[in-house]
Design a protein around this ligand. Structure first.
Ligand SMILES: Cc1ncc(COP(=O)(O)O)c(C=O)c1O
Length: 393
């Protein structure tokens, strides 16, 4: 069988239905979200209304990235310089970066080999110095949101969800991103919805949305174009800084037609993931952790642990699998990986987190776009299993 082409892992194509609006925008040059009059919402305002309706929340604010959404969420809930913010030690470097950008100190919490937050460490680190918690559902793996919500409520700490990889995921019947006070989503290309770049902040809280809208760059009276019936805007006008993190119309035009695709991509992504997971779990040398009982996942990638591999065997495995077209990487073994916490020198002192470190040194990562067909999935599983067999005959 020929090796899989690199294009197997490409981003989702943009639906043809986006073309007419994109062409119209290119023709008019009307790319700025606030050009449209308040009574004729442009693509960004329409996307916000559609996204809020889909998620069942009062407010959605479109931004230029999920990193911006996390930063703005921290500012909007009132995190102050010097505050401590808990984050999982397994996440993307943009998350501790957003905390540092808000002037706060990220406190890293251990993550287990099922990629979920270690609740004993979480509880121990949730001290009175912590004012906010950002839960990254990293690679779409949901931590125990019942326990996290209970602890945050008991201790009066605000919960922000980083749902960059979790659009479409449910916890019990709740949509991920709607459990915390603020939910943040990414439309960067390798996510469920491909906008190139883009983000969304959602909340039901009037204060949070008013503050976030102003700080996102609704200068002068552009907040009127959000058509949110709130008198809070006048309170914050000119008292909050403008960080200018807005989404532009072209991104919204690319994203909007994909909202209708989320359910199908979620279903296909889960079936694809579970098919490859079942095949990989037939090997005694591989383990794909199961979802938590309350979780219905929306995967666009797969993670699995190597069992009984030395470091050099693990490195050899990635090389062999890559020659067969299965583009796996190991978080802790690829140089300068942005998801390995020991590379986050910008946070200051990096703590010793043996549990997370051990997981990262053996956890493999592979994109698994929802559009892949059964034969491509089987080729991927075959490539990984036959590579394992070369090392562990
Ligand atoms: C877990 C997680 N959170 C946040 C982000 C930031 O998303 P964005 O690229 O939209 O800023 C990423 C990016 O991949 C991520 O993996």
């Amino acid at each position: 069988m020929p090796p899989l082409p690199a294009s197997t892992y490409d981003a989702e194509p943009i639906p043809a239905s986006a073309r007419a609006e994109i062409d119209a925008l290119l023709g008019s040059g009307d790319l700025f979200r606030y050009t449209a009059p308040a009574d004729q919402p442009g693509p960004v305002a329409r996307l916000e209304a559609e996204f809020a309706a889909r998620m069942g929340v009062k407010y959605a604010l479109a931004l230029n990235s999920c990193s911006s959404a996390i930063f703005l969420a921290l500012k909007a809930i009132g995190v102050k310089p010097g505050d401590q913010v808990l984050i999982p030690a397994f996440t993307f470097a943009a998350v501790p970066s957003a905390v540092v950008h808000a002037g706060a100190q990220p406190i890293l919490v251990e993550v287990g080999d099922n990629y979920r937050i270690d609740m004993t460490d979480f509880e121990a680190k949730l001290t009175p110095s912590v004012t906010a918690v950002v839960i990254s559902h990293m690679r779409g793996h949901t931590s125990d949101m019942d326990a996290i919500t209970r602890l945050c409520t008991e201790r009066g700490v605000t919960l922000i969800e980083d749902a960059a990889h979790s659009l479409g995921t449910l916890w019990h019947d709740r949509k991920i991103g709607t459990i915390g006070k603020v939910g943040c989503f990414s439309f960067q290309s390798y996510k469920m919805v491909n906008g190139g770049e883009g983000g969304m902040l959602i909340t039901d809280d009037d204060e949070v949305i008013a503050r976030a809208v102003i700080m996102s760059g609704a200068y002068e009276h552009n907040w009127q174009k959000h058509r949110l019936n709130l008198n809070l805007f006048a309170k914050y006008q000119n008292t909050l800084p403008l960080y200018n993190l807005r989404m532009n119309n072209l991104s919204a035009a690319i994203i909007r037609p994909q909202i209708a695709e989320i359910d199908r991509r979620t279903r296909d992504g889960r079936l694809n993931h579970d098919h490859v997971a079942a095949r990989l779990n037939t090997s005694p040398h591989l383990s794909v952790p199961p979802p938590l009982p309350a979780e219905s996942r929306a995967p666009d990638s797969i993670q699995f642990n190597l069992i009984g591999f030395s470091e050099s065997e693990a490195r050899r495995l990635t090389k062999i699998a890559q020659t067969k077209g299965a583009a796996i990487s190991i978080f802790g073994l690829s140089e300068d990986n942005a998801r390995a916490f020991w590379n986050w020198h910008f946070i200051g002192n990096i703590p010793d987190l043996p549990k997370t470190r051990n997981m990262l040194m053996r956890a493999c990562d592979l994109r698994l776009p929802a559009r892949l067909g059964r034969s491509e999935l089987d080729q991927i599983a075959d490539a990984i299993l036959s590579s394992v067999a070369e090392i562990k005959p």
